[in-house]
Design a protein around this ligand. Structure first.
Ligand code: NAD
Length: 508
């Protein structure tokens, strides 16, 4: 940590003290969790886990490789085959997952601190969003365990055809660093609820909360071996898991580049089912007939700068009608002072640190590309708080962007908004759909016909109308085109982790 950091005050001081205590008490533990035990990597290799807040080393993390994945998958397979979880009565499994969710809430401060220290998000968001959302997800899938029924097909009098859902077996889950706990919960919630065993590979950039989740699951009564976590690098532990012949399904969330590899790994190994939840370049489309422009400006700023812009569904392209563009861009820029990056451990901070130095370089590289391609930077565009030793960027807005520019085509995954102007509805639809991604979109119009027409025409997994931030565990989340093919959340996610089994019974 830098010596020249101004001393934190008030609440920030309290959270910094708590963070120091967490580290001192050894609760920041980077060992893997396999067969119910915290273990070192087989080769006893580790890698450093640094905090993006100030660059300090938090702990050494087990560097999992093939041998570690073999052990974890073996443990998951044994647990599945002997039925220690899958064969328990539904009400018993429900109770375990409910206790697991309760434990997440009981450990809210600790889990939120781990998340903030590990990936730089503001503590207020880790407390108010990440931990409660992960707990709600687990609790919701716990309830689904004894609420989802099978079917009997209408086949006639001389036969009975039962259609049931069976767990697939061993689920491999590979997740990114931007919402480490929520992404893990979105996989393990439905996978465990349906009776599977899981091997989770968290991102090497944010492995800590997933490891703690697995400990809490054990404490809640989940049998050993059912939920294993192996940290490590993508090309080592991740590849070994995705290629493993004894993994039956792979739930992947991450970049489109790596999502392609998941499909290859499945093809090269056992044709395991692959569900990809990938990147986005979502459009926020504002028509001149909207009577909620002030709220639209607040919403687009709040959404693109939330989580430092490191959200797959961040509305990173703002499409605005020519006739209102100058005034609307002014309103968006007027929001940016509220999002200046601050100390993530200070509860008043709303934008924290980017996940690491590499992400900082990537975001600054895109900002440079925006300048070079002729877009006008009307807010931000600079590194901030470099003296802390952490990785911060100011909220950035580029006006005069064309849809063919790099900053309009590629996912930046940082607090950078690209403003593109359009002349009419047809052009707005065409520009929105001219993207290799199709995760989300938002339409702002006060005319119901237009809102419906445009929502229908947009190729995105989710379209919001006159809002952007609605989110609920009951509603599926996922994209089309190169944003992926899977759906997390809702009862639809259960489909990914179950096989449809039909049983024909003859009736004489
Ligand atoms: P990433 O693709 O680099 O890594 C994701 C995970 O894959 C990590 O655990 C990583 O270690 C692993 N991995 C990397 N290379 C691998 C390989 N060759 N084999 C196996 N595993 C490998 O993505 P990231 O930088 O961690 O996360 C950011 C991306 O995730 C963004 O594109 C974002 O849009 C996307 N994302 C999507 C959603 C969604 O629901 N659609 C949600 C959150 C994030």
């Amino acid at each position: 940590m830098s010596d020249i950091l101004p001393p934190p005050t008030g609440q920030a001081l309290i959270w910094r003290d708590r963070a120091n205590a967490l580290i001192a008490e050894g609760l920041v533990d980077g060992r893997a969790l396999v067969e119910g035990q915290r273990v070192k990597a087989v080769a006893e290799e580790t890698f450093e886990c640094r905090s993006p807040i100030d660059g300090r080393v938090l702990t050494a993390v087990a560097r999992g490789r093939q041998a570690d994945i073999d052990l974890a998958v073996g443990s998951a397979r044994r647990a599945f085959d002997d039925g220690r979880w899958r064969a328990q009565p539904p009400a018993a499994r429900k109770r375990v997952l409910q206790r697991f969710a309760e434990l997440l809430i009981q450990h809210k401060d600790e889990l939120a601190l781990l998340e903030t220290l590990d990936m730089g998000k503001p503590i207020q968001h880790a407390l108010a969003v990440d931990v409660p959302a992960a707990a709600r997800c687990i609790a919701w899938y716990a309830e689904a365990i004894d609420k989802v029924y099978g079917e009997i097909a209408p086949t006639g009098d001389n036969a009975l055809a039962l259609i049931q859902r069976e767990p697939v077996g061993v689920v491999g889950a590979i997740v990114p660093w931007n919402y480490p706990m929520i992404m893990a919960a979105w996989k393990i919630g439905p996978a465990l609820a349906t009776g599977n065993s899981v091997v989770l590979k968290p991102s090497e950039k944010s492995p800590l909360s997933a490891l703690r989740l697995a400990e809490l699951a054990l404490k809640a009564g989940l049998p050993e071996g059912v939920f294993n976590v192996v940290p490590g690098f993508g090309s080592e532990a991740g590849e070994a898991l995705a290629l493993h012949l004894d993994v039956d399904a792979l739930g992947f969330t991450g970049s489109t580049r790596v999502g392609r590899k998941m499909l290859e790994y499945a093809g090269r190994s056992n044709l395991k089912r692959v569900f990809n939840e990938l990147g986005g370049k979502s459009a926020f489309v504002v028509f001149d007939d909207s009577d909620a422009l002030e709220r639209a400006a607040q919403t687009v700023a709040g959404s693109i700068f939330f989580n430092q812009g490191e959200s797959c569904n961040a509305p990173s392209r703002l499409l605005v009608h020519d006739s209102i563009a100058d005034e609307f861009v002014k309103q968006v820029v007027a929001q940016t002072p509220a999002y200046q990056p601050g100390d993530p451990l200070d509860p008043s901070t709303v934008m924290g640190a980017l996940v690491d130095d590499g992400q900082l370089r990537t975001v600054l590289g895109y900002i440079e590309a925006g300048h070079k391609e002729g877009a006008q930077c009307v807010a931000g565009g600079t590194q901030a708080r470099a003296e802390t030793g952490g990785f911060y960027v100011t909220p950035t807005v580029f006006d005069g962007v064309r849809n063919d520019m790099l900053i309009a085509r590629e996912e930046i995954f940082g607090p950078v908004l690209s403003v593109i102007r359009f002349k009419d509805e047809a052009e707005a639809v065409a520009l929105t759909n001219q993207s290799s991604y199709g995760l989300q979109a938002s339409v702002w119009s006060s005319h119901i016909d237009r809102a419906h027409r445009v929502a229908r025409a947009l190729r995105a997994g989710t379209v919001h109308v006159n809002q952007y931030d609605e989110d609920d565990i009951t509603v599926p989340f996922g994209g089309v085109k190169q944003s992926g093919n899977g759906r997390d959340k809702s009862l639809h996610a259960l489909d990914k982790y179950t096989e449809l089994k039909t049983t024909w019974i003859r009736i004489d």
